[in-house]
Design a protein around this ligand. Structure first.
Ligand code: DOR
Ligand code: ZN
Length: 346
């Protein structure tokens, strides 16, 4: 009999669902294995108000097929103009889980992001007062910053001083990618959590640049060295409640990825759970998978764990070569490659 693994239904604490036609392709994939997802606000234009977030949530729910259940938890996009009234309104809205900070220029659709974090300190104080978490894309953007050092520098120059100054601010350092980030989270208390993507656990930067440029392995923060990957694996598989699943699945249509200036983003939703299971198995830590995918995130956000379950079977299958149709075709991360664990049911 083949091996099976039964875990509480996961949640994706960091997900890009995009908008418009793409929702019909993307929403069912994540809803197929997650109950909740923290939906990123970096649309064009960005989702900066409670009203816009609610309208976006309605469009996501309208794309959900009959019979699937899904609870998108929305985020607001912080700009230099975000004010205390919007923070209060967001904290009073059950459908909004936090505010996302993109340093301006750090990544896809971050042009309206924050240029002067220091000046937003009163807003962070208000967020702390209302218990509204700050979700951070942690990379500096100055021209002199080497792309492989951007996360470590953000932690040293921006994040550590910020959390030291603003007491009680709940922060999620999203998609951590380097050893310094793991060490930083470990050095703090339960107010600081971190999401980890499947690609940062599964690959190092060689996978992006060896044998040719591999655009589907390119995301931001970029994949780092093997020693960084090992630190991330140790953190994810430790069972420590501060580390939890956030896929950062970030689809772009094929032409936007396979281009002379390809977009950052790894569309991993079709394979994310299978890859996490592989990584945990290889680390001898399958018994910690459920904590990472299904328990630590709700605990950080003060939400209940999901009541239902998901079963994975040890059964070799191939990641799809593409999903979607017409002008909405997306190439999944690891397209065509063989994976060991397959989601088989509830
Ligand atoms: O690779 C990335 N893609 N990183 C981000 O931070 C944004 C995302 C996107 O929206 O495509
Ligand atoms: Zn993201």
């Amino acid at each position: 009999m083949s091996e099976t693994l039964r875990i509480k239904r996961p949640d994706d604490w960091h997900l890009h669902l995009r908008d418009g036609e793409a929702l019909k392709t993307l929403v069912p994939i994540s809803a197929g294995y997650c109950q909740r997802a923290v939906v990123m606000p970096n649309l064009v234009p960005p989702v900066t108000t409670v009203a816009a977030a609610k309208a976006y949530r309605d469009r996501v729910m309208a794309a959900l097929p009959d019979g699937q259940s899904f609870n998108p938890l929305m985020t607001l996009y912080m700009t230099q103009e975000t004010d205390a009234a919007e923070v209060r309104a967001a904290s009073a809205c059950d459908e909004i889980i936090g505010i996302k900070l993109y340093p301006a220029g750090a990544t896809t659709n971050s042009a309206s992001g924050v240029t002067d974090i220091r000046r937003l300190e009163p807003i962070f104080e208000t967020m702390a007062d209302y218990g509204l978490p700050l979700l951070v894309h942690g990379e500096v953007t100055t021209d002199d910053a080497d792309i492989f050092d951007r996360e470590a520098r953000f932690i040293d120059e921006i994040l550590e001083p910020l959390v030291n100054r603003v007491a009680n601010l709940k922060v999620v350092l999203e998609h951590i990618s380097c050893r310094n980030a793991v060490e930083f989270v470990n050095s703090r208390d339960k107010l600081l959590g971190a999401t980890i993507t499947p690609q940062h656990l599964y690959m190092n930067r060689n996978a992006m640049l060896t044998g040719g440029i591999r655009p589907h392995n390119y995301c931001l923060p970029v994949l780092k060295r093997e020693e960084d990957r090992q630190a991330l694996i140790a953190a994810a598989t430790s069972g420590d409640q501060r580390f939890f699943m956030g896929t950062d699945s970030a689809p772009h249509v094929r032409e936007a990825k396979e281009s002379d200036c390809g977009c950052a983003g790894t569309f991993n939703a079709p394979v994310a759970l299978a890859v996490y299971a592989e990584v945990f198995e290889d680390a001898g830590a399958l018994d910690k998978l459920e904590a990472f995918t299904s328990s630590n995130g709700p605990r950080f956000y003060g939400l209940p764990e999901n009541a239902d379950h998901l079963t994975l079977k040890k059964n070799s299958w191939r990641a799809p070569a593409k999903v979607g149709s017409g002008n909405q075709q997306f190439v999944p991360w690891l397209a065509g490659e063989s994976l060991r664990w397959q989601v088989t049911g509830t």
